[in-house]
Design a protein around this ligand. Structure first.
Ligand code: GJV
Length: 424
């Protein structure tokens, strides 16, 4: 039993932090300073443990040490990782090296068909143009360009290992005369010339999550010729106050009386666990919108700067159109593709509840407590997308609101604010 226990200890040493300085006596005791992190391999006696400090092993007095909590360990890991790569590129491009995400994106008809439509409706003007497809993935947009128009060249840039397959797909579909696949980060690749059109599908959840847009802006500043066109050309984030009754019931009201028992002491925990972060992949029914949606943020892809991304602010003012329960806000985005011809038709990709659902779905931000609202009330406030200063693909969304009642019921005049990490 003891041997087994020791083996266990050896398999996973525990992290301890030194509470004060200790000078070891003899050759088998370790010396350490206050704050040092030690890995304890085994505990042969209650007083003396066998530990490791920066690769040196020896006995340490147990009473000088405090166990590092799981939370502290996590913080430490985050800190270590952030020093390595705040962009988490290995994980990010690793995931795009497999088919799962490409299948999801390609299966999204409204997304993929919109890009196809953009190429098709501009096919005449794309003749002899130089195009860059940033983050081409399997190369679908580049292939549309070669198939539906006659650009002089399409530079298909892809950082993940998918690029090798993309090259094969280009060949397999006889597009190698037009499409050149370049494997590398768009920020780092070299092109032989400036481009006329920079096309990319960079939008993430709540528009900006992943911050691939930064790569697009950097590529724009380096490779788009003066007067060149960005596709998409603009992007907007739309917000609406909403009901989310079934989600609320499933995660919160559930604890009121399961199996005839009162589980309400778990509700604060439920709030913490389910409502702290936004819910991605929410599909809101048009009927659950309590007001007309409002564009809160509009980005012009020609003028937007990387530094603007640190903090993006918007405001809203909603007039409640029907009485109901205000559970939270739902957000989605729309992007526009300007025509290459003056006066030509603009193409739109709308990921909202009144359009065909996309793989982005919508993003739900739950309030801590639902509020009853009535037709004629107004809900006004602001939204801030605050980019994480360390984790560059993450952001926090802060919503501030005040509800102004149209009736005399003062109980219903209230303000609130809540910050939602996505995910860090
Ligand atoms: N350079 C090259 N390829 C990239 C980059 C970059 N900086 N960033 C992303 N990609 N709409 N949120 C690639 C990535 O490997 C993937 O294949 C594709 O672009 C993502 C497109 C969809 N993601 C999104």
């Amino acid at each position: 039993m003891q041997a087994e226990k020791e083996e266990e200890d050896e398999a996973s040493p525990e992290q301890y932090v030194a509470l004060s300085h200790f000078t070891g006596g003899g050759s088998d005791q370790l010396s350490f300073s206050s704050g040092d992190t030690l890995l304890v391999h085994s505990k042969p006696s209650p007083e003396w443990w066998w530990a490791d400090l920066r690769g040196v092993v020896g006995y340490v007095p147990a009473s000088y040490l405090r166990l590092v909590t799981a939370e502290e360990e996590e913080d430490q890991e985050e800190e270590d990782a952030s020093l390595e790569d705040p962009w988490q590129d290995e994980e990010y491009f690793g995931s795009y090296g497999t088919l799962r995400l490409h299948l999801e994106m390609l299966s999204d008809k409204s997304r993929t068909e919109t890009y196809r439509q953009v190429i098709l409706s501009n096919s005449a003007s794309l003749r002899d143009k130089v195009v860059m497809d940033l983050g081409c993935g399997t190369g679908i947009i580049s292939l549309f360009c070669a198939q539906l128009a006659q650009p002089s060249v399409v530079y298909a840039v892809e950082a993940s290992s998918m690029a090798g397959y993309t090259r094969q797909l280009v060949k397999q579909n006889s597009c190698e005369e037009v499409v050149t696949v370049l494997q590398g980060r768009a920020e780092e690749i070299e092109l032989p010339e400036q481009v006329d059109v920079l096309v990319s599908e960079w939008m993430g959840n709540c528009l900006l999550f992943e911050f691939m847009v930064e790569s697009v802006l950097q590529a724009r500043d380096r490779w788009l010729r003066d007067g060149g066109v960005m596709w998409p050309s603009s992007a907007a984030l739309t917000l609406v106050p909403c009901q989310a009754d079934s989600y609320y019931t499933e995660k919160m009201a559930f604890w009121e009386r399961p199996y005839g028992l009162d589980f309400t002491p778990l509700q604060p925990l439920a709030q913490q666990e389910f409502f702290t972060k936004p819910k991605f992949s929410h599909l809101i029914e048009p009927d659950d919108c309590l007001a007309a949606p409002c564009d809160v943020i509009c980005l012009d892809m020609n003028t937007l700067q990387v530094t603007d991304l640190e903090e993006i602010k918007g405001q809203f003012h909603f007039c409640v159109e029907k009485s109901g329960v205000f559970h939270g806000f739902t957000a989605w985005f729309t992007v526009h593709f300007e025509s290459l011809e003056a006066g030509g038709a603009t193409v739109e990709l709308n990921t909202g509840p009144n359009s065909q659902p996309t793989h982005w779905k919508q993003t739900l931000f739950m309030l801590d407590r639902p509020v009853s609202v009535y037709a004629g009330d107004s809900i006004s406030g602001s939204i801030v997308l605050h980019r994480n200063p360390v984790w560059r693909r993450h952001m926090t969304v802060t919503l501030q609101w005040s509800i102004n009642s149209s009736t005399e019921d003062t109980e219903n005049c209230q303000v609130g604010t809540k910050s939602f990490p996505m995910w860090r």
